[in-house]
Design a protein around this ligand. Structure first.
Ligand SMILES: C[S@@+](CC[C@H](N)C(=O)[O-])C[C@H]1O[C@@H](n2cnc3c(N)ncnc32)[C@H](O)[C@@H]1O
Length: 204
């Protein structure tokens, strides 16, 4: 069992730069072909119903790079406040924004400006004024304490070496009794320290 209180001795700045390169590539050239599925193909493959994906603008849907349907446990309720942690091009955030309606709000946070540009453009295109997108790190979320009813995150926490700090942030910004809906990649065996330090393997 991995002890998440001891982050791997990977160079965090180098790792962020490498992850930044990969997802800047996805944002700028979503059709270039990656070792993971992207776009509307991925959304359909992961079981997102067409009722929620059809209204998505192409700018958000084309650069989707999630790993599962984060709404499998259910959509957020009307009036709820949602944070999409590592919101990418905004597909999940915009689905949530439509679900929570004008009395609710969604904040997407991502470190990648190219992804944020797609998300903001998409929200404007479909008139979802209850969705905003902020630049920021998961490890230092630009959101006040206990703001959110629901946290969603899709395919992001596996890219963060210091998982304890990341989870502390998720709990800080969630109200007591709120909920976390996280889709991510889990390796069900111990990963050797040497492999954890290999930046190329983080994005592989
Ligand atoms: C696999 S993509 C998923 C994007 C989006 N959730 C989706 O489903 O399409 C991972 C995203 O996490 C962002 N990311 C990775 N590490 C981050 C960090 N430490 N802080 C903020 N964003 C991060 C990347 O910029 C990228 O947009």
């Amino acid at each position: 069992m991995t002890d998440i209180s001891k982050p791997p001795a990977v160079d965090v700045e180098q790792l962020r730069a490498a992850v930044g390169d990969i997802y800047r590539g996805v944002a700028e050239r979503p059709d270039a072909g990656y070792h993971f599925h992207t776009g509307r193909t991925a959304l359909a493959h992961l079981g997102y119903p067409s009722e929620v994906t059809d209204p998505l603008p192409d700018a958000a849907a084309d650069a989707f790079a999630g790993v599962a349907n984060v709404f499998e446990p259910g959509l957020p309720d009307r009036g709820e406040r949602v944070i999409d942690v590592g919101s990418g091009a905004g597909a999940d955030a915009l689905i949530a924004a439509r679900a929570v309606g004008d009395d609710g709000a969604v904040t997407g946070v991502d470190m990648n400006e190219s992804m944020l540009e797609r998300a903001r453009r998409s929200a404007a295109e479909v008139g979802l004024t209850n969705a905003s997108f902020e630049v920021g790190l998961i490890e230092e979320l630009p959101v006040e304490d206990e703001w959110a009813d629901v946290i969603i995150s899709n395919g992001v926490l596996n890219l963060v070496p210091d998982k304890l700090t990341a989870y502390r942030e998720l709990f800080r910004v969630t109200r007591p009794g709120g909920r976390l809906q996280i889709s991510d990649i889990c390796v069900e065996q111990e990963v050797p320290e040497e492999a954890k330090r290999d930046i190329d393997l983080w994005g592989a």
